[in-house]
Design a protein around this ligand. Structure first.
Ligand code: FES
Length: 67
């Protein structure tokens, strides 16, 4: 399945399909067995680059509609 990224309303980027996430050195996170991965957009997560749900309590507001 090709990669699909969904911008969630006031929340993270939901990533599904065939993709890899690499750090700046080119090392890949092990995402085996995860049907979806959520990438933080609010900048407040303690598990960067992944969402830990903090966007719900920090009042993050982010655009999510395609224009
Ligand atoms: S988007 Fe969820 S913690 Fe940042």
């Amino acid at each position: 399945m090709p990669a699909k990224i969904t911008v969630n309303e006031n929340g993270p980027l939901k990533n599904e399909g065939d993709f890899r996430i690499l750090d700046a050195a080119g090392n890949a996170w092990n995402l085996e067995g995860k049907p979806a991965v959520f990438i933080c957009r609010c900048g407040q997560t303690a598990k960067a680059p992944f969402c830990d749900g903090t966007h719900k309590s920090c009042g993050f507001v982010g655009p999510s509609k395609a224009v």
